[in-house]
Write a protein that binds this ligand. Structure first.
Ligand code: GDP
Ligand code: MG
Length: 606
């Protein structure tokens, strides 16, 4: 085995907002991947939603040519990765394809929870890591303190750390030189049979399925006949196009051992290309697949329904299209007596859920009702069967259930000292078990085991409010464990509204039931009759509120006699009604479904 000293493959890892995408921009510019005119900020965030929210969702790969000080030209393949916990699987894919990482840390903020999580992933992949302290242009930047913190918390040497401002461009040439000098060149086996790792795959409406690969052994060129090693079927594909992003899409003759690039094979369906799988040639291929990586699994579930039932065909199409581009988005049809036809969807986390919902509404122009997020439960039935349920509506008769398990997570929270008290009591309140508590300077790092159910229930909002936004949070799944769990149903005017029901630990059922009734009282407008709102476990009512009767006279505002004005007002009211759902004879605004289960500030458990 030799190395190809002219290539460097690396990722950029960081906590969200520490400047990965901005640093990528600078690297591209410095290597003249694009002219100044073609350059726009956070170039690699090419989805509208990424640009608006300033976050990276999909990992992006770019090939650049760098003319180094030693007179040689190096090929850089780098992958910008998403920083958020939900997208850890994207980060892992990117890392498996590289030999090194630039660890970007905001010099005014320091190490955060996702900095740590990402560094550990990089270490697991045996990466060489170069610490890059970014934003040194800011007055609040404290390079020495952050260096010490990196050494103390992460335990990596910072004597070779670089100090840069991705914004002003300060220190960028040194980053490029460090990549050449400090990061390892890939090991190559050009003569061996083809072994390529599938890093990612997505659907392009012009080109079909594009597969991003890292070639370890051999090479791929146009016309090759290839197969996926994990596939049971003997399907083989002809490679129709081979290329890379510079960051513009460019065709090349081949992807050689040690390189990253994409291939297009005429594959019809994203499900044919398993992320993490190994590609080899149909004939004389390798027998030994690459290690690959763990598949992503959905952990948060929610149902999506069109506000207007006649929009269902559009929703169906939208969901199918979106899943072409996001292989980690899971869905199945659902038929709810109250909300009609829709989909039960699985997501990687809350942010992933929010993003999918927003993309459906925005890119496909759909009005949607989404139910509260929940987790998967493992049921042990009295007859010995085991069952997973993803929807409180699917919970079988409790008499048939022996025990229920819920998913737990291991969470790492980093927070300035002065907010630690609030964070600890929040974790305790959410049934957390403390595993570790350490201090680094004036920051504390708390490690907790927590039930995931407690996280999907407004944990982020609460964490933000108790820490004034200074806490950072990261988690990994940590198995299932038996819990005393109950299903809380919500009755509006004595009618069970299944879409509002939720699972809860018994100790919190009453408080949450009470909170949701109180919320609904504000969210459901008064009607001509009194409306009782109740929360119940089985047949037992645990909380109750009443909405008093009222006749809303919309015309009251129209004192004049102008009939067109009156008509306009009634028109407007009618439109508002379209966004309502009728349950029995009570109209519930769609907003109520989303808001009701988002039990806000602190009224949950006291
Ligand atoms: P990412 O989430 O890690 O990809 O971070 P981004 O590259 O999107 O940057 C987050 C924010 O920090 C943006 O508003 C950038 O303009 C800003 N930023 C990035 N690098 C610097 C820097 O060196 N100095 C300053 N002052 N701001 C920066
Ligand atoms: Mg970014």
């Amino acid at each position: 085995m030799t190395t190809n000293n002219k290539i460097r493959n690396f990722s950029i890892i960081a906590h969200i907002d520490h400047g990965k995408s901005t640093l990528s921009d600078r690297l591209i510019q410095e290597c003249e991947g694009l002219t100044d005119r073609e350059m726009k900020e956070q170039l690699l965030d090419n989805m509208d939603i990424e640009r608006e929210r300033g976050i990276t969702i999909k990992a992006q790969s770019v090939r650049l040519n760098y003319n180094a000080k030693d007179g040689e030209t190096y090929e850089f393949n780098f992958i910008d990765t998403p920083g958020h916990v939900d997208f850890a699987y994207e980060v892992n894919r990117a890392l498996a394809a590289c030999e090194g990482s630039l660890l970007v840390v905001d010099a005014s903020q320091g190490v955060e929870a996702q900095t740590l999580a990402n560094v550990y992933h990089a270490m697991d992949n045996d990466h060489e890591i170069i610490p890059v302290l970014n934003k040194v242009d800011l007055p609040a930047a404290d390079v020495d303190r952050v260096k010490r913190q990196i050494e103390d918390v992460i335990g990596i040497d910072t004597s070779n750390a670089l100090e840069v401002s991705a914004k002003t461009g300060l220190g960028i040439p040194a980053v490029l030189e460090a990549i050449v000098e400090q990061l390892p060149a890939p090991k190559v086996e050009p003569e061996n049979p083809l072994k390529a790792l599938i890093i990612d795959g997505w659907y392009d409406s012009y080109l079909g399925i594009i597969v991003l690969v890292r070639v370890f052994d051999g090479s791929i060129k146009k016309g090759d006949q290839i197969r996926m090693m994990s596939s049971k079927t003997a399907t083989s594909y002809r490679v129709e196009k081979v290329g890379c992003y510079t960051p513009k899409m460019e065709e090349v003759d081949s992807i050689e051992s040690g390189e990253v690039g994409f291939i297009i094979t005429g594959m019809k369906n994203l499900s044919e290309c398993n992320i993490g799988d190994t590609i080899t040639t149909e004939k004389n291929g390798t027998e030994e697949p690459l290690k690959g990586f763990k598949p992503s699994i959905p952990v948060v579930f929610s149902s999506i329904f069109p506000v207007d039932a006649s929009d269902y065909p559009q929703l169906k199409e939208a969901v199918a299209k979106l899943s072409l581009n996001d292989s980690s988005f899971d869905y199945e049809t659902e038929n709810s007596p109250a909300l009609g036809f829709g989909y039960r969807c699985g997501f990687l986390g809350l942010l992933h859920m929010e993003i999918i919902q927003e993309r459906l509404q925005r890119e496909f122009n759909l009005d949607l009702i989404t139910t509260a997020p929940s987790v998967a439960y493992k049921l042990h039935m009295t007859n010995g069967e085991e069952k997973m349920i993803h929807n409180p509506a699917d919970l079988p008769d409790v008499m048939k259930i022996k025990t229920m398990d819920e998913p737990w997570i291991k969470a790492t929270i980093m927070v300035p000292d002065e907010y630690l008290g609030g964070v600890l009591s929040l974790c305790t309140e959410r049934r957390g078990v403390q595993l570790d508590l350490t201090y680094v300077g004036s920051r504390a790092m708390a490690v907790y085991r927590l039930p995931l159910n407690e996280i999907v229930f407004d944990f982020y909002d609460r964490l933000k409010s108790v820490s004034k936004g200074y806490a950072s949070f990261d988690y990994e799944m940590d198995g299932f464990e038996e819990g005393d769990l109950v299903k809380v149903s919500v009755l509006v005017n004595e009618e069970n509204v299944e879409a509002l029901s939720f699972m809860s630990h018994r100790s919190q059922a009453e408080a949450r039931g009470r909170a949701i009734c109180a919320k609904l009282k504000d969210l459901i407008p008064r009607h001509m009759f009194k409306i009782p709102l109740q929360a119940a476990i089985g047949g037992k009512i645990i909380a109750r509120e009443t909405i008093a009767a009222f006749r809303k006279d919309v015309k009251a505002k129209c004192y004049g006699g102008d009939i067109s004005r009156k008509r306009k007002l009634l028109e407007k009211q009618k439109k508002g009604k379209k966004k309502m759902r009728l349950f029995g004879n009570v109209e519930i605004p769609q907003k109520a479904f989303i808001e009701a289960l988002k039990t806000g500030d602190g009224n949950t458990n006291n």
